[in-house]
Design a protein around this ligand. Structure first.
Ligand SMILES: *Cc1c(COP(=O)(O)O)cnc(C)c1O
Length: 332
């Protein structure tokens, strides 16, 4: 495997781990090697969007150990997504156990230290019970698979984004805060149009007033100015574990942290801007184009930035090379 050339895409590995919910309870963890799922054609996930997913990574480190980052937080978030979508809730301990199991079984696919790649872990939960009327299913399937991945965004981690005035990814009191596949289905038109226009993606505005910055597609937004890390406060964004971690790291590094509405015109005053999430890690944004005004907001990028310092500290914690003072990391 040419680890350095990996993009962010699916690669077959040896095993995936599954767990069925039937007759009101969860079964044992099962190990499978096939990539397909046999399913009833009336399964609720296929018709009524009963699907939630998670994404996390594990890293092979300098000391030879394999580290996972905040896996319990992913387990808790999947539980809250499941509740909102009226799906069976997998206990967090079982979630963690399944993640450990799938990683151990696919150890040969964990990219080597300093290859720039990592092993992406994709847990998801679907309603499998047959349902023609709209109501929650009575059967569910939880699956975790893994895939070795490289960077999410191409282009040396510097991206050019476009403000999205036309489409929303979520409604004001909808599922924006839930990690549901349906949000992504709803975002694909904006995604495809922005790529056709030469951008790396869109920055969504708040769906109610269209005044404030909401999200960067599949990542949270942050900006930096005057020694302050600023990130949107909004009920329609996904609570990113990476962003939560960066807020703690930023504070620890002496930055002020603000979670608040960010009117998009305020972009003018930001020195730096970035997208953060498990897949994006921190990806620096160099330009944001506003098609309504024709204006391009420009930001500092490169190694001599707060964004880079935050990135470095985060990655060092994830690889066991900086003190894990917040207790985020577990070894396999
Ligand atoms: C998963 C996701 C993120 C990033 O969350 P992390 O926990 O940091 O990986 C951000 N926005 C959306 C819409 C997401 O689905």
């Amino acid at each position: 495997m040419d680890w350095a050339k990996l993009g962010f895409s699916y690669r077959k590995t040896n095993y995936n781990v599954r767990c069925y919910y039937r007759n009101g309870s969860w079964g044992e963890l099962e190990v499978h090697s096939e990539e397909t799922i046999p399913m009833h054609m009336a399964a609720s996930c296929l018709h009524y969007g009963q699907e939630a997913f998670e994404g996390l990574k594990c890293y092979r480190c300098k000391d030879g150990k394999v580290r996972l980052f905040r896996v319990a937080d992913n387990g808790r978030r999947m539980a809250s997504s499941s509740e909102y979508l009226q799906m069976a809730v997998l206990p967090v301990e079982r979630f963690i156990e399944a993640v450990h199991k799938v990683v151990s079984l696919n150890e040969e696919f964990i990219p080597p230290y300093e290859s720039g790649a990592s092993l992406y872990i994709r847990p998801f939960l679907i309603g499998t019970g047959a349902q023609v009327g709209v109501k929650p299913a009575d059967e569910y399937l939880f699956v975790v698979f893994v895939s070795p991945v490289g960077p999410y965004f191409k282009g040396e981690g510097e991206i050019t984004m476009c403000l999205e005035h036309t489409y929303d990814r979520a409604a004001p009191h909808g599922t924006g805060h839930v990690k549901a596949g349906g949000n992504y289905g709803a975002s694909l038109t904006a995604y495809v149009e922005s790529h056709k226009n030469g951008f790396d993606g869109v920055i969504y505005l708040d769906p109610k007033e269209k005044k404030y910055i909401d999200e960067v597609g599949a990542a949270n937004f942050f900006g930096i100015k005057e020694g302050t890390y600023v990130t949107p406060e909004s009920p329609s964004i996904l609570p990113s574990i990476t962003n939560k971690s960066l807020c703690a790291i930023a504070e620890d590094m002496g930055l002020k942290v603000e979670r608040r509405h960010i009117p998009y015109q305020e972009l003018d005053t930001f020195e730096e801007a970035g997208a953060c999430g498990t897949a994006a890690v921190i990806t620096q944004i160099n330009n944001i184009f506003d098609p309504q005004s024709g204006k391009t907001y420009k930001f500092r990028t490169g190694a001599d930035t707060w964004s880079h310092k935050l990135y470095q500290r985060l990655v060092d914690i994830q690889h066991g090379e900086a003190e894990d003072k917040f207790g985020w990391v577990t070894t396999l």
